[in-house]
Design a protein around this ligand. Structure first.
Ligand code: FES
Length: 165
């Protein structure tokens, strides 16, 4: 993956995250978050390691991963663009923005562009409801995103000059 902000997964790193968190109550979710923060996703190969450490079945771990939209099971692209689909943003035009984003990038939600630059994901409220449509790109939240602003964002992400705010 070119210039990925995430580390390639390895079993020792997964074990380190488990060891650091497994004694906390409700350790599964913090462990999954820690692994995804580090690797960009929760690799399938990590599931049996987590299950054994927490004395859960693999199916139980899979069940939690698939229940929460937040967790990815495949590596994302270099940038993750999340469009808010919650009610306030919908009232401000997020449906049209979603359609534009899918068409422009040539992908649907939970997919990554062929060049591995951008992964598109839905999100349900970014706490920016009065200024929708809102989207998050990596760690930044953008407000009042029009199709034109989205196009500029994509240009900037793919040329590495980040200016859209
Ligand atoms: S509804 Fe979109 S940010 Fe809250």
């Amino acid at each position: 993956m070119p210039n990925s902000p995430f580390l390639p997964w390895n079993p020792q790193q997964v074990q380190d995250e488990i060891d650091a968190l497994k004694h906390e109550p409700g350790a599964l979710l913090p462990i999954l978050h820690a692994i995804q923060d580090r690797c960009g996703h929760v690799p399938r190969e990590a599931v049996p390691i987590i299950a054994e450490a927490l004395q859960l079945t693999r199916a139980e771990v899979h069940g939690v991963i698939s229940f929460y939209h937040h967790f990815r099971t495949t590596p994302p692209g270099r940038h993750v663009v999340q469009i808010c689909r919650a009610e306030a943003c919908q009232a401000r035009g997020s449906r049209a923005l979603e359609n534009h984003a899918r068409e422009t990038l040539g992908i649907d939600y939970h997919q990554t562009t062929a060049d591995r630059e951008i992964t598109l994901e839905p999100v349900y409220c970014l706490g920016n409801c009065a200024c929708g449509p809102s989207l998050r790109v990596d760690d930044r939240i953008l407000a009042r995103v029009t199709p034109e602003k989205f196009n500029r964002l994509v240009d900037e992400l793919t040329t590495q000059v980040l200016e859209v705010s």
